[in-house]
Design a protein around this ligand. Structure first.
Ligand SMILES: [Zn+2]
Length: 112
């Protein structure tokens, strides 16, 4: 039984990345390399063997006061309608509304 392969990309600290799962990527000037998703993306974009850790997934930007104001101004609008305007997912809008309600900044839905 062989251990599952892990990412062989060197990182800036010199330690191997070791992330899983991995794919076999043909790295220009290097040859096939077993790389994790983040490092495989690095190779696709940069066309070179990565030397840095893969960038972490972009975190959701925090809600701005302007975005909150839009939610507060349209408390009865379906999340589906507000989400595209805000560039957020319907789920994110629902979660944010729930939070605003918990903190007392948004009233309960009217007309139910
Ligand atoms: Zn990696």
């Amino acid at each position: 039984m062989s251990p599952s392969p892990s990412c062989e990309a060197p990182t800036i600290s010199g330690a191997p990345c070791r992330r899983q799962p991995v794919t076999l990527v043909d790295v220009p000037g290097h040859g096939p390399a077993t790389l994790c998703g983040g490092h495989a993306n690095h190779v696709r974009h940069r066309g070179a063997m990565p030397t840095t850790p893969p960038p972490p997934a972009a975190p959701h930007p925090p809600w701005s006061a302007e975005e909150d104001a839009i939610l507060l101004a349209h408390p009865d609008e379906p999340a589906k309608a507000g989400a595209p305007q805000l560039g957020r997912s319907v789920y994110a809008v629902q979660q944010r509304r729930a939070k605003l309600r918990r903190t007392g900044r948004l009233g309960l839905p009217s007309g139910s």
